[in-house]
Ligand binder design. Structure first.
Ligand code: HEM
Ligand SMILES: *[C@@H]1O[C@H](CO)[C@@H](O)[C@H](O)[C@H]1NC(C)=O
Ligand SMILES: *[C@@H]1O[C@H](CO)[C@@H](O)[C@H](O)[C@H]1NC(C)=O
Length: 318
């Protein structure tokens, strides 16, 4: 090989490895030094006025990253000519907090014009939400850019009816391993779910459920489908619904997981020991959770000159 082409091969290899590690926690340090503090105070205010908003913002980042990467696509509202992800089954009448993100974006635009992406705001808001609810902190890699479209690949999101094997496959498709999957499911230590998503579990569809727990949930979740009861809410973690702690795993040990997809993690299978470990050690859980959140936040970001920095998170720039 001629030395000139060998050199260009080296440059290519160097560029390719740069592409796999492009995010950086110092990305806005000079371009927008107040970005992170602006996001944090807005998230803290939103969570103190409604604790559940912390859960909703964490979930929004998950639903962003699992559908075509962490590119802010989940935030794009439908228009006459554009159908985004918000109407799809896992999201419709379920994801929340898009208005909070829009409001944060307005505040961030006021300090730094068209500099901070919506995808990064989501990643930081998820971290700040966990902290606001008493959970661990971590350093968020930054530098994601926003999509100019949504391809609507919402089928990549796992369903509450998923089996353990289906959950493993859905996370593995995103390069997240089984430990990551069990740790990230621990986000269900906060927030709420609608009756239609756990009804079958509490009316005999599942046998791995504590009987008294099932009965108590039935009071606010009617067996008949199609009525307003479909959207009645129950906490995902009955014990400490608004605290980011490891009680989710302790619930699983007593067969008090709310969703079918929660209890499959402790059902005489290969993930039982991980659940036991996270239930008995808060630090084992927080260590695995923060590692996995960073991995999830690294799913296929747009970087460099890809995509755009949206001016408003709910629509692409005109
Ligand atoms: C393991 C597969 C998962 C499944 C099947 C699943 C499914 C669900 C479902 C069905 C709900 C209730 C939605 C509703 O009833 O409107 C929910 C809520 C929630 N999920 Fe998950 N989820 C999974 C993983 C995750 C992950 C990885 C995270 C974040 C790291 C997460 C965070 C949340 C939060 C915080 C809520 C409560 C949201 C709120 O109260 O607004 N989930 N999830
Ligand atoms: C979304 O939810 C609304 C309100 O529950 C419902 O009227 C609408 O038909 C749903 N849209 C889709 C696409 O399922
Ligand atoms: C797990 O297996 C044991 C022993 O076979 C059994 O007693 C228990 O009910 C099973 N638990 C679940 C959740 O299936």
């Amino acid at each position: 090989m001629a030395s000139a082409s060998f050199l260009s091969l080296l440059v290519l290899v160097a560029m390719a490895s740069a592409v796999s590690a492009q995010l950086s926690s110092t990305f806005y340090d000079t371009s927008c030094p107040n970005a992170l503090s602006t996001i944090k105070s807005a998230v803290t205010a939103a969570v103190s006025s409604e604790a559940r908003m912390g859960a909703s913002l964490v979930r929004l980042h998950f639903h962003d990253c699992f559908v075509d990467g962490c590119d802010g696509s989940v935030l794009l509202a439908d228009t006459g000519s554009f159908v985004g992800e918000q109407g799809a089954i896992p999201n419709n009448a379920s994801i929340r907090g898009m208005d909070v993100i829009d409001n944060i974006k307005t505040q961030v635009e006021a300090v730094c014009k068209q500099t901070v992406s919506c995808a990064d705001i989501l990643a930081v808001a998820a971290r700040d939400s966990v902290v606001a609810l008493g959970g661990p902190s971590w350093t968020v890699p930054l530098g994601r850019r926003d999509s100019t479209s949504a391809t609507g690949n919402t089928g990549d999101l796992p369903a509450p009816t998923s089996s353990l094997a289906q959950l493993q496959a859905a996370f593995s498709k995103k390069n997240l391993d089984t430990t990551d999957m069990v740790a990230l499911s621990g986000a269900h230590t906060i927030g709420q779910a609608q009756c239609k998503n756990f009804r079958s579990r509490i009316y005999g569809g599942d046998t791995n459920i504590n009987a008294a727990f099932a009965t108590s949930l039935q009071a606010n979740c009617p067996q008949a489908t199609g009525g307003s009861g479909d959207s009645s809410l129950a906490p995902l973690d009955t014990k400490t619904p608004n605290a980011f702690d490891n009680s989710y795993y302790n619930n699983l040990l007593s067969q008090k997981g709310l969703l079918h997809s929660d209890q499959v993690l402790f059902n005489n299978g290969t993930t039982d020991n991980t659940v036991r470990n996270f239930a008995s050690s808060a630090s084992a859980f927080t260590g695995a959770f923060t590692t996995a959140m960073i991995k999830m936040g690294n799913i296929s970001p747009l970087t460099g000159t890809q995509g755009q920095i949206r001016l408003s998170c709910s629509k692409v720039n005109s």
